[in-house]
Unconditional design. Structure first.
Length: 449
């Protein structure tokens, strides 16, 4: 008998906890139940994935029907109805200018595709010297080697250096820690956006391929939104220098922030964007990259095809699941619900934790909220990393029946800590109360003093 059938052994790695985790047995709405029947409220949607909760009958039916009809057909031979219709839906709702979709299996693949597309675009238009990427500190763009080079989470990068893509990092737009006393939010945004201009000048404008950023920063910083005007200035700088703007909406996209694409709230459209997570809502692994006509046309008129590809591009079952998800998000009104419930969640968090001695900032958009932990509110001093607070909070919340996503790295990629909440859009007001109560229990159990 295989050892993995015994509860105290497992052949699976990695493990995110010291002990072998309980086996998840069933999903029911906003809850996951383990094999002993214990119920956990999915306050982080896993990793901001499960936007529809866990037992959506329409998505389940879409997966079942498509599996029975056609499970797989390689895209070198066929397209498929679900993939075509999903692409149409995405383009109909996408920011202006984006009008081609490339389907992959997840977020890292979507971002890898974005970087390769940008690179091929510049070689096609006779500017092969443009290969430098500018990104931001406190960012995460995926774990494969290409996108890891671009991400600004130093802890994730350092073991794998030297990395593949020439990248330099500028400051994030992180008002809580970056805005100077007396400086307006707008001026702060312009100041940090202008770091992009300075970095382009330093590198030489004709060597820079792209600026890469998450519109609302997820895992590395805890739902940090930009200040007004920041992305408009970024767009202006990119346009001025012919640099592509690649927005990573893998975590913050698909309605999470209260609009289908987070960048809609900034009034800017990127040249390329990457989505995943909420796109399949956890029912299927799927990601996508969207790009402008200008980019794909250059490639069509040049080599003729994007020199890239994976076995599961446009997988029919994944696309069918995602088509059902997107219909619920848009026609079904769930994105609007995320915006409304997000405000309710924010109010409840502010009421309960707004004066908490160890919570310095509560922020975010829609149902994407972050709480930054501090040892001291006045000085904003972080807790010592060796206290391992994110781990302790996660364990205490788990014990209390709440899944939340506490992470370190808020301040410089290594120190600082935050808790990320990204619950399903179907959550009710009562469940907001449940999340806040359980989080309170977890913080009391895990925080010192
Ligand atoms: N970009 C961002 C902003 C993400 O949050 C993530 C996943 N946390 C990724 C890329 C990578 O996605 P995946 O884990 O699906 O490869």
């Amino acid at each position: 008998m295989a050892a993995s059938t015994f509860a105290n052994t497992s052949h699976i790695f990695p493990r995110h906890t010291q002990v072998i985790p309980p086996r998840a047995a069933r999903g029911d709405g906003c809850y996951i139940l383990d094999k002993d029947g214990k119920q956990y409220f999915d306050g982080s949607g896993g990793a901001a994935v499960s936007c529809l909760g866990h037992s959506d009958p329409d998505v389940i039916a879409a997966v079942q029907d498509q599996t029975a009809t056609l499970a797989y057909a390689h895209t070198s031979f066929f397209s498929s109805d679900p993939a075509e219709e999903l692409a149409d839906l995405l383009i109909n709702h996408a920011p202006k200018g984006l009008d081609r979709v490339y389907f992959v299996s997840g977020g890292s693949e979507a971002m890898e595709s974005a970087l390769k597309l940008a690179r091929q675009y510049f070689t096609e238009i006779g500017q092969p010297q443009r290969r430098h990427v500018i990104a931001r500190r406190q960012s995460y763009h995926g774990n494969t080697l290409g996108v890891l080079s671009v991400g600004g989470n130093m802890w994730r990068r350092e073991q794998f250096a030297p990395l593949l893509i020439e990248t330099t990092h500028i400051s994030p737009c992180y008002e809580y820690r970056g805005r100077a006393e007396g400086e307006s939010a707008f001026d702060y945004g312009q100041r940090v956006a202008n770091e992009l201009e300075a970095e382009i000048q330093r590198l030489g404008p004709d060597t820079v391929m792209a600026f890469v950023a998450e519109p609302v920063v997820g895992a590395t910083a805890g739902a940090v939104p930009p200040v007004e005007g920041y992305f408009k200035r970024v767009r202006e700088i990119c346009d001025q220098h012919g640099v592509l703007l690649i927005l990573d909406e893998v975590m913050c996209g698909m309605g999470r922030t209260g609009t289908l694409f987070a960048c809609e709230q900034e009034g800017v459209a990127p040249d390329i964007t990457a989505i995943a997570k909420g796109l399949g809502a956890g029912y299927q692994p799927i990601g996508a990259m969207l790009c402008t006509k200008q980019i794909y046309q250059a490639i069509e008129e040049g080599t003729g095809f994007f020199q890239h590809g994976h076995t599961y591009l446009g997988h029919p079952v994944a696309a069918a699941a995602s088509r059902a998800v997107l219909r619920k998000l848009t026609e079904g009104g769930l994105v609007k619900r995320a915006a409304v419930m997000g405000e309710t969640l924010n109010t409840a968090l502010q009421e309960r934790f707004g004066q908490h001695p160890h919570i310095g900032d509560i922020r975010g958009r829609g149902l994407f909220r972050g709480l930054e932990l501090v040892a001291d509110r006045a000085s904003k001093a972080p807790f010592a990393p060796d206290l391992a607070l994110p781990k302790k909070i996660k364990a205490a919340a788990f014990e209390a029946g709440l899944l939340c996503y506490p992470m370190g790295g808020t301040i410089d990629g290594k120190t600082g800590a935050h808790i990320l909440l990204a619950p399903p859009f179907i959550m009710t007001e009562d469940q907001i109360g449940e999340v806040v109560d359980k989080l309170d229990i977890a913080l009391r159990a895990a925080l010192p003093g």
